[in-house]
Design a protein around this ligand. Structure first.
Ligand SMILES: *Cc1c(COP(=O)(O)O)cnc(C)c1O
Length: 364
């Protein structure tokens, strides 16, 4: 049966391309942090260290099974993560990086006509994933570079299905404290899912910033997202996970593309968990460097909010692009967000020194 939008083509007509979804028009592409051979890359919030001790060996061993499909449920890893968070195994969903889990979550709760709320600027993937799902983004401006609980609450409507809370926030590094988070969580209706995206949790030094794990009790609409890409140094292997109530977790599993997490990724993540003491030692170095870098930048006159993550934010407004190209001319790749600011990942002490020298130069 011909439907109204089918067209009959004759050989003489120019052949149009396949029809694409209108929702994709104007969709910004995710822009990865740039890199350049020989330059210092401080643009993607990666760990400056290699994988943790023992990880490469375990990953190499797992490669020998590369002819077999991976364990679709990442069973051994999910069990270890459940023990770590004190939850049951069915409350843990392992995914191909936590950004893929963000997508699974959006697809599980929101479609055309639904709204997803989050502050902006925040993680660049959120607007893309919401648009691809056919849902609408409600972006609430940051206040003084930080997430705004009252603004978010005021933005909710009966169509809001999901709220993303990026804590600490990428790219500004600011984090909500316990009282602020509780105000937010208590104001969100129980039928609206809240995702606490804690990609940088390991770097939090302020004891007033709570571990989302501790806030889930009695709140079945709260889910956590964590990743092995940042503090665990496995960005290239794509492993993240979600902790959510059993019903939400089941829904998130339903929206997954099968076999997304490779055998090598599962083995490497499990080995990384076993090396958590060394991970914590490395994190402490990054946190010390973060303080040193921020203090130096503030001393140079740059506006830099306190950061709880492995990067700092220079709130340069219209000067962002110029500062970033100045850094690049000095061999350092940072991440500008035009009109807003520049995000700079904390690297090794030598890399940070090189960045600070460039920043001092550019301050003149
Ligand atoms: C880096 C990052 C992630 C995702 O990382 P994956 O590599 O996909 O696990 C998720 N959320 C935020 C806020 C991030 O900065």
């Amino acid at each position: 049966m011909a439907t109204s939008d089918q067209v009959t083509r004759t050989g003489a007509e120019p052949v149009a391309g396949p029809r694409l979804r209108p929702a994709l028009e104007g969709l910004p592409a995710y822009r990865p942090g740039r890199s350049r051979a020989g330059a210092i890359k401080l643009s993607s919030n990666e760990s400056p260290y290699g994988p943790l001790p023992g990880v490469v060996e375990r990953a190499a061993r797992a490669l020998q099974d590369a002819n077999r499909y991976p364990d679709i449920a990442s069973t051994a890893l999910a069990e270890a993560l459940a023990a770590l968070h004190g939850v049951s195994r069915d409350e843990v969903v392992v995914g191909c990086g936590s950004v893929t889990l963000c997508q699974q979550i959006v697809n599980a709760v929101a479609g055309p006509g639904d709204e997803v709320a989050y502050c902006w600027r925040s993680f660049e993937a959120y607007p893309i994933l919401v648009t691809v799902a056919g849902a609408s983004s409600v972006q609430v401006p940051l206040v003084q570079e930080a997430y705004d609980p009252a603004g978010l609450l005021a933005s909710l409507s009966e169509r809001t299905r999901l709220v993303f809370v990026c804590n600490p926030n990428n790219p500004t590094g600011t984090a909500l404290r316990r009282d602020q988070l509780l105000e937010l969580l208590d104001g969100i209706p129980a039928d609206c899912l809240v995702v606490l995206d804690e990609a940088y949790r390991e770097y939090v030094a302020d004891p007033e910033v709570p571990d989302g794990s501790d806030l889930r009790a009695g709140r079945p609409n709260v889910a956590l997202l964590r990743t092995f890409s940042k503090a665990y140094g496995l960005a290239g292997l794509r492993v993240g996970y979600c902790v959510a109530g059993p019903e939400v977790a089941t829904a998130i599993r339903r929206t997954q593309v099968p076999f997304g997490v490779s055998t090598v990724g599962q083995a490497a993540a499990l080995a990384s968990l076993e090396a958590s003491a060394e991970m914590e030692r490395r994190v402490a170095e990054v946190v010390a460097e973060r303080r040193r870098v921020r203090d130096a930048l503030v001393g140079l006159g740059y506006p830099v909010p306190p950061s709880e993550a492995n990067f700092v934010w220079l709130a340069l407004g219209q000067r962002a692009a110029e500062f970033a190209s100045g850094c690049e001319a000095r061999g350092i790749i940072v991440r500008p967000f035009a009109g807003d600011g520049v995000r700079v990942t904390i690297g090794s002490p030598a890399e940070n020194d090189a960045f600070l020298a460039a920043a001092a130069d550019l301050a003149r």
